[in-house]
Design a protein around this ligand. Structure first.
Ligand SMILES: [Mg+2]
Length: 218
């Protein structure tokens, strides 16, 4: 079998809550604004990229304030460290793909613990945020696509290298990646999307669940 490469979304997949929704709700425009933005995005009236940029611009808090709130109220899936350890043991490259921000992911993912070693590759691909307490937080996107980060591009490149691509996700920015992957683990709206589109997927609850299923086969 070809080398297996695991790609995973971050917000709502590795974290139990979406950090961007959490920040915009608690430190930015508030629940009403987040709900309106969510609806506009779902109905296709604005792109995810513009929605995220707008939500971030509504935040005037310092990064320290945001960090404190995130550390207090957002947890990562307790099964993720064991899942990552299994990937390392198997030497399966693990890539986090996020429409969110490096600076926030770094609060939860200890780069010392997960860094690339000689025979294991670990990578985080995400957007950047510039917290600004005067003009609001400025999102800097990886590319010009409507999601601000074309996750599927990384999967296509892996497939071109001959890798067997597994993708784990939960939301809107994960759709195209789910279409490209050889094998998909999906929950929430991504699971609905896969089922509507006839894309085969395993529905999962958490990383413990995913690990059990993959471990039985690899
Ligand atoms: Mg997500």
């Amino acid at each position: 079998m070809n080398k297996t490469h695991i790609f995973t979304d971050f917000d709502g997949t590795i974290t139990e809550k979406d950090t961007l929704v959490f920040l915009a709700t608690n430190l930015g425009g508030g629940p009403q604004m987040v709900e309106t933005m969510g609806r506009l995005i779902r109905e296709g009236n604005i792109s995810l990229r513009d929605g995220i940029a707008g939500e971030m611009r509504s935040i005037r808090a310092t990064f320290d304030t945001a960090e404190k709130a995130l550390r207090e109220q957002v947890r990562i899936d307790p099964g993720f460290p064991a899942f990552a350890a299994w990937c390392r043991e198997k030497k399966f490259p693990l890539t986090i793909l996020s429409a969110g921000f490096h600076q926030i992911i770094d609060l939860f993912i200890d780069q010392g613990e997960y860094k690339t070693t000689g025979d294991w590759k670990f990578e985080i691909l995400a957007n950047e945020i510039k917290p600004d307490t005067t003009t609001g937080w400025q999102a800097i996107f990886r590319d010009k696509t409507p999601h601000g980060h074309d996750k599927a591009a990384a999967l296509r490149a892996a497939k071109k290298r001959g890798e067997y691509v597994v993708f784990i996700g939960d939301g809107l920015s994960d759709r195209e990646a789910a279409e490209v992957a050889d094998e998909v683990f999906a929950k929430h709206t991504l699971a609905e999307y896969c089922s509507d589109r006839g894309i085969n997927c395993h529905e999962y609850v958490n990383f413990k669940d995913i690990l059990e299923r993959l471990r039985a086969r690899f």
